[in-house]
Design a protein around this ligand. Structure first.
Ligand SMILES: Cc1cc2nc3c(=O)[nH]c(=O)nc-3n(C[C@H](O)[C@H](O)[C@H](O)COP(=O)(O)OP(=O)(O)OC[C@H]3O[C@@H](n4cnc5c(N)ncnc54)[C@H](O)[C@@H]3O)c2cc1C
Length: 460
């Protein structure tokens, strides 16, 4: 992983005491008993050492941290759930604004709205709203933070019916690079609201997300497992099945390895149609093969978004390459069958996610998101290992991404890219990049928020 060059200003005790005196939360420094646990993120391959970590208790702490960093010339990293694969939530030598203690949520079941703080994980958020019979579409692993996921997009089982997570965002409370607290929505600072819906952490620190909620009962979800030796026919079936799927049904294909060492192709599904109809929609998936195992059943949404948690635990080393496969042509299927079925380790996996329905009916210029507005197969190549050098795993992920290039567009999902450089970031935002750069100049002209998939302020 790339190490950011850094120079840390020396801060005197009085300066630090002054900061501490303003905080409701904690100030953590190297040597403190909680430092080692606090500087860890989901990806165990990331090992960075910030000079200061402010564990924020509320929005006022965030304002103090921003102002302190500005007046002392510190670089800042913003941490929500700590799941960004490139470890953007942590930095060497600067100040980490850690939002993970901020976990309050207010739910209005009548208006079907939830206001959530940025420290919540998907599991904590869905656990709270589903207790009221309501949900909003989120991702597929419960430990992921709502903050980073929402600000980049938010793909998951309900995107066909209800769109991306950020398509369900009604407003945000955000602290700008000047340390000013603003409300942004369709009517207040609408340009800022446009930019944060896809622009990640480039425009400020969101201290509250207001989401629209939907009434969804039990879903039909789960997986069927096939041997990897049948990868070609399974993918051809998946191509036809997913292309015909209604909005209520989202299906993924996953290349993984069973605990006994056998490589497999898994078809995973989440269907929010009424159960009787869902059974009919899912029946062809269960009949095809037949599969080695059929683990599909009615379940709560919280259960569905926790289904694959064990395959991506905290602390393993990870390297990810995304690929936006436009169509599962026979050529693309050959690549998957040849390379994805021979992973770099039994922990590595490839997710082929069918982006369709409501997520793709939102216009490219309606939010900052570009690549997720066309029907396609967003592919996450996730190399994982627990010991030994990174090189064979990184090479396998890069080789597979490169082999998929003839079948892909460069407009991949921003939350899945690593240290790929500014050209990649431009490609991710496509026609929206120019407007984003103009707004970056307006809201963050000095590029104070730059440890992210960085949108460089436009030149005046
Ligand atoms: C196991 C796993 C499964 C995943 N599954 C999915 C999935 O199903 N669907 C999907 O869409 N994505 C998925 N992702 C990708 C996920 O969207 C990103 O990793 C996202 O960055 C996670 O958000 P976080 O808050 O945990 O990240 P963090 O690492 O804490 O933050 C990432 C970046 O987001 C920005 N940020 C975070 N919080 C704030 C804030 N409050 N204000 C401003 N900026 C902020 C900062 O720039 C920060 O560096 C998955 C990731 C993992 C590791």
């Amino acid at each position: 992983m790339t190490r950011e060059p850094f120079a840390t200003p020396v801060l005197g005790q009085a300066t630090l005491d002054e900061l501490r005196s303003h905080l409701q939360g904690q100030l953590i420094r190297p040597g403190d008993s909680t430092y080692d646990a606090t500087q860890k993120v989901w990806n165990g391959a990331i090992d960075r050492f910030p000079s200061l970590i402010v564990r924020c208790a509320d929005a006022a702490d965030v304002v103090h941290a921003v102002q302190f960093a500005r007046s002392n010339g510190l670089r800042v990293a913003i941490r929500g759930g700590g799941h960004n694969v490139a470890g953007r939530a942590i930095c060497d030598g600067g100040l980490v604004i850690d939002l993970s203690p901020m976990k309050c949520i207010e739910i209005d079941p009548v208006a079907r709205v939830a206001r959530a703080q940025p420290g919540l994980t998907l599991g904590e958020f869905i656990g709270a709203v589903e207790a009221q019979g309501l949900v909003t579409p989120v991702g597929t692993v419960s430990g992921t933070g709502i903050a980073g996921l929402t600000l980049g997009g938010g793909m998951g089982w309900l995107m066909g019916k209800y769109g991306l997570t950020l398509d369900n965002l009604l407003s945000v409370e955000i602290i700008t690079a000047e340390g000013q607290l603003l409300h942004a929505s369709a009517t207040e600072h609408p340009d800022l609201f446009w930019a944060v819906r896809g622009g990640g952490g480039n425009f400020g620190i969101v201290t509250s997300f207001e989401y629209r909620l939907h009434r969804v009962g039990a879903l039909l979800g789960g997986i069927v497992i096939h041997p990897a030796s049948r990868a070609r026919e399974v993918l051809r079936f998946y191509r036809e099945y997913s292309a015909a799927a209604p909005d209520e049904l989202t299906a993924y294909a996953v290349f993984a390895t069973m605990p006994d060492g056998h490589p497999v192709v898994i078809l995973a599904v989440g269907c929010c149609a009424p159960l009787e109809e869902a059974e009919k929609l899912v029946a062809p998936l269960r009949q095809f093969g037949p599969p080695l195992a059929d683990l599909i059943r009615p379940m709560a949404y919280l259960e569905l978004i926790s289904m694959i948690d064990a395959t991506a635990p905290d602390g393993w080393s990870y390297y990810e390459k995304p690929s936006a496969v436009t169509d599962l042509t026979d050529g693309a299927i050959e690549v998957f069958a040849d390379v994805a079925t021979v992973p770099s380790s039994p922990l590595s996996q490839v997710l082929v996610q069918h982006v369709h329905g409501a997520a793709t009916r939102v216009g490219v210029s309606e939010t900052a998101v570009y690549g997720l507005r066309e029907t396609h197969y967003e592919t996450s190549i996730i190399a994982a290992w627990t010991d030994g050098p990174a090189e064979p795993h990184v090479r396998w992920a890069r080789d597979l991404a490169q082999a998929l290039e003839p079948f892909s567009t460069p407009a991949v999902y921003v939350n899945a890219i690593a240290d790929d450089g500014s050209e990649r970031v431009r490609a991710v935002y496509g026609p929206n990049y120019h407007r984003l750069a103009e707004l970056k100049r307006r809201y963050d002209p000095t590029n104070f928020f730059r440890l992210n998939q960085n949108i460089v302020p436009a030149q005046s």
